[in-house]
Design a protein around this ligand. Structure first.
Ligand code: THU
Length: 145
C-alpha cells in the first residue's frame, strides 16, 4: 500500500528533526532518516559517528532499530534527508538493512532543506537482492537449519 502525501510529510518532518540531532563531528555530514511501518508508525534516526571511524552508524540504521524496538515488522516507506549537490541516497549497507524488512517495491524518497529531491524503489537501488527468503528453503526442498 502506498503512503499518503500526509504520511510522506510526516516522514519528512521526522527525518528533518532527526537530522538536527545528528552526531557527525568527523564528516560534518548530517543525515536524518524516517521509516513508516505497517501500523502507520514513524521511526526516525540520525547518523552517530565515532572516533573509531568504522563504528559510526547511519541514520537509516538508527531508524530501523526504532522500528524493531516498537514491534514493527515491515517498512512501508522510507525517507532520507541530507544536504549535498546530489540526493543523499542510502549507502549500500543500509540498502541491505532495509531489504531485511521490505520488498522490491519499497518507495524511498530523498529530500534536502529545499524539499523532495528523488524517489526510488528498493529494487532500483538494490537489484536482484539477497534477502530473508533465500535462507528459508534450501534448493533440495528441505528447511534450512
Ligand atoms: N550516512 C548516513 O547516515 N546515511 C546515508 O544514507 C549516507 C551516509 C552518514 C554516515 C556518515 O556518518 C556520514 O553520513 C558520511 O558518510
Amino acid at each position: 500500500m502506498n503512503p499518503t502525501e500526509a504520511q510522506w510529510q510526516a516522514l519528512l518532518d521526522a527525518a528533518r528533526a532527526a537530522r538536527e540531532k545528528a552526531y557527525a563531528p568527523y564528516s560534518h555530514f548530517h543525515v536524518g532518516a524516517a521509516l513508516l511501518d505497517e501500523a502507520g508508525r514513524v521511526h526516525a534516526g540520525c547518523n552517530v559517528e565515532n572516533a573509531a571511524y568504522p563504528e559510526g552508524v547511519c541514520a537509516e540504521a538508527g531508524a530501523l532499530s526504532g522500528l524493531v524496538l516498537a514491534g514493527g515488522q515491515q517498512i512501508v516507506a522510507a525517507v532520507v534527508v541530507g544536504e549535498g549537490t546530489e540526493p543523499v541516497t542510502p549507502c549500500g549497507g543500509c540498502r541491505q538493512k532495509l531489504r531485511e524488512f521490505a520488498g522490491a517495491t519499497l518507495p524511498i524518497r530523498i529530500a534536502d532543506s529545499q524539499g523532495w529531491r528523488a524517489e526510488h524503489t528498493l529494487a532500483a537501488l538494490l537489484p536482484a537482492s539477497f534477502g530473508p527468503t533465500h535462507l528459508m528453503m534450501k534448493k533440495d526442498g528441505r528447511d534450512a537449519p
